[in-house]
Design a protein around this ligand. Sequence first.
Ligand code: IK2
Length: 404
Amino acid sequence: MADRLKQVVNHIFSSNMSSADPFEKKVNLGVGAYRDDNDKPWVLPVVRKAEQILLNTPSLDHEYLPITGLPEFTTAAAKLILGSDSNAIMEGRVTTVQTISGTGANHLGALFLERFYPWVGKKEIYLSDPTWANHQAIFKNVGITPINYPYYDPKTIGLDFNGFLNALKNAPNKSIFLIHACAHNPTGVDPSKEQWNAIADMMLEKGHYGFFDCAYQGFASGNLDNDAWAVREFVKRGVNMLVCQSFAKNAGLYGERVGALHVLSSSKEAADRVKSQLSVLQRSEISNPPTYGARIVNLILNDAELFEEWKRDIATMAGRIIDMRQQLYKVLTDELKTPGNWDHIVNQIGMFSFTGITPQQSQALVEKAHIYMTANGRISMTGLNGKNLRYFAGCLDKAVRGEL
Ligand code: IK2
């Protein structure tokens, strides 16, 4: 608990300290949002276009949306994550509710399970160690106790695959596991396809329930379909599950709070019951979801030209992150010959990288080099750019050598 709290506080502090610091070369690697090569927030060109279309549509009013959200948006959002050829969608087995971004999807999913999951023993959920710090609070808030499962191995700076698999094996049947669909936050470490398959085998064998959190579709590989691979595979294989979806990162709509919760059922009749249960919960919490972000995403998902443009925008963001990974790796290994192995910088995926440095080294970077990051050594790759990469690499090199 104390550690988690420290993580959250540290995160808030690192952002605040960074903005208050007048040092010219300061670098903010704590931020969880995309920044362009000039270290500025980026409004996706496709979003600008969609906003113009909305502005020029006088027929749009400000009436309430249905409780479960904008229907065209929820239909298209389900296809985006589950695939337009998804049997589950065609068979009417998917219930989708528009939520307050990914956080709202996590909350509504947690609340739904707390009320309606056929619990065998205690109300518990298995969370990867580490995970997005807010997961702990979200589940505790609805009376579900978080338990950690091994995920990250500090020795390899990679996946503790055996630890993960053993946790699945040893957990009581029908346990709930929260799984990051792609671009794991905070480690940037994802299972390989082979490992995903073994995880699915074990989930099926044990009758576990998958609580998939997908906050970064498109951000991992730059391709929306590739990043949905694990989710689609698990659905195809019949794992009982739900999926939380966020458009904060991949559409750059952080503040618009647009997302969705998709619950998979075994039949259309069951899915209809889930819809009325979710509607009752949603009604008591937010009455109806907000319109603006959903309208933007709806336009993008339902217009072939805008959709193609969005894919290019996503590739631009993911490409810049991948480029920063490669440049950082090259400077550390080829130029500075920084002690240690830095392969993980290029092997990790998505917005974040676990550098593997010690809390003392990360503290030195904050205090002596004005480089802000979380104490666990997580850096946001989007905080790096053509202007600050060398400064960061040089300071990291010195910190690792104990010379900072
Ligand atoms: N789930 C995960 C795994 C997330 O990483 C996030 C967003 N986290 O923000 C970045 C950070 O750690 O600094 C969410 C869900 C929720 O995202 P949102 O509610 O913005 O859609």
